[in-house]
Design a protein. Structure first.
Length: 168
């Protein structure tokens, strides 16, 4: 087997959140991830052991996805009881930090939703060139827990044109 065939594309990013409702509002109503794959409370002690959190901790979870194959999902997880956490990150990117990247049909629409919700915009829509002959408009902002999110203006449905997922 060739290198890279031992592992699938990224299936899901799991984000530990302070307020599940606020995070759901952000990912559903700002970014439009409106398909729910799972919603509920997990109380299996093997799950909390796997995560390295205290016994007896409940995990309130909601897994969201966009239309299309079940890849690139966002899992929002709120620990109960909530451990003490530092304040959410603000400002630009830092070493070791994760940034979620999405295609968005319109950055103008995303930016309007962010502004109306009072969310932290690191950089408004900016035209950039990351390689010769290729220009794109992108913006970076933060979710309610300080996670960096990058949106690239491109029709999300066009991304899947010509691709197929085995078994579907």
């Amino acid at each position: 087997m060739a290198v890279g065939q031992d592992i699938s594309p990224l299936v899901r990013t799991a984000i530990m959140v302070r307020d599940l409702r606020a995070s759901l509002d952000f990912y559903q109503n700002v970014l439009g991830l409106d398909e729910s794959l799972f919603a509920g409370t997990i109380e299996d002690p093997r799950v909390t052991q796997l995560m390295g959190v205290a016994d007896g901790t409940r995990l309130h979870a909601h897994i969201l996805k966009a239309n299309g194959p079940p890849f690139g999902m966002i899992g929002l997880f709120e620990l109960d009881p909530m451990p003490a956490n530092p304040a959410p990150a603000t400002g630009g990117a830092r070493v070791g930090e994760t940034c979620l990247v999405f295609y968005a049909r319109s950055l103008e629409v995303v930016e309007a939703r962010l502004r109306s919700g009072g969310h932290d915009i690191v950089s408004p829509s900016t035209e950039i060139s990351v390689r010769p002959g290729h220009r794109s408009s992108e913006m970076i902002f933060r979710d309610p827990d300080g996670i960096l999110v990058n949106c690239i203006e491109r029709d999300p449905e066009a991304v899947w044109q010509g691709y197929s997922v085995p078994g579907q």
